[in-house]
Design a protein around this ligand. Sequence first.
Ligand code: ADP
Length: 275
Amino acid sequence: MSTTNTVPKLLAQVKHVVLVLSGKGGVGKSSVTTQVALTLSLKGYNVGVLDIDLTGPSLPRMFGAETKQVHQSANGWVPVSIYHDDKSPFGSISLMSLGLLISDRGSSIVWRGPKKTAMIRQFMSDVAWTSGNSSEMLDYLIIDTPPGTSDEHIAIAEELRYATALDGAIIVTTPQQVATADVRKEINFCKKVNFDILGVVENMSGFICPHCADCTDIFLRGGGKALSSSLDLKFLGEIPIDPTFVEMIELQKSSESSLLDQYQNSKLYPIVSQI
Ligand code: ADP
C-alpha cells in the first residue's frame, strides 16, 4: 500500500489516463488497448501505453516491438517508441511493458504480490514518457491490465488514487461473456476503488467476412448494450471479429507499411474511432 498521498511523478506529464479492464482473458482487452492507442494517434494525440499485465505481457507483440529494449536515461526509463514523426499529423505512440525489460522473453514471470506491487509503483514513478519529445505532454496514457481483479489492479488503484488525470476505465467483454459474474466483479471492483467506468465495449461482436465484407453474428450480439443499460453504464460500441486485424499484427515485420498506416486503412478503424 502506498503510504503517501501524492500523485506519481509520471502523472504530472499526462493529461488523461484510461484503464482497460476485462473479467476474463482472451476477450480482446490487449487488442482493444492497441486499437484505442492507434486510433488516438491517428487523431493526432500523443499516446503512451503501459502494460501492467506482468505475467502475460502481450503488447510488445501486438505493436511489433518484441525485439526492442527500454533504455535508462537520466530522467528514468525511456519507453519504446512505436511511432514518432514530427512531420506527420499523427501523434506519437510509446510503449512500456515488463516484456520489454526482461532479457529472456520466453521465460515465465512467477512473482508474488509485493514484487508486482513494487514493479507497478516503479512504472508509475520512473517512466520518462515525454523524453525524446520533451516539449509535449502525453495526451493519453492507456493502461492495459491483467484479466480479473488481481494484485496488479490493487497496486494501480493505489497509485492512481490521487490522480486527477484519471478519466476512468473501459470494460471489455465479448457477447458470450457478457452475462457472466466476472464482468460484474470487474464493475464492482471499479466501484470499490472509485474508478469511474467510461463504458462497456463488446468485442468479437459479429464476424467481418474478408471476402464479402458482410458481418455475421457468430455469437449472440447485443448483450453488451443490455448489460450497460441494466447497470446504468455507457455502452461505447461493438467491435466485430476481423481476421485482417490478426494478419496485421502477425505480419508486421514483413509488411512495408507501418501498423498505423495499415490500421488507418482497416475496417476496424472507422468503428473504433466512434468509441
Ligand atoms: P486479452 O487481452 O483479453 O487476453 P487479446 O487482445 O490478446 O485478449 O485477444 C486474444 C486474441 O484474439 C488475439 O490473438 C487477438 O489478436 C484476437 N482478437 C481480439 N479481438 C479481435 C477482433 N476484434 N478481431 C480479430 N481478432 C481479435
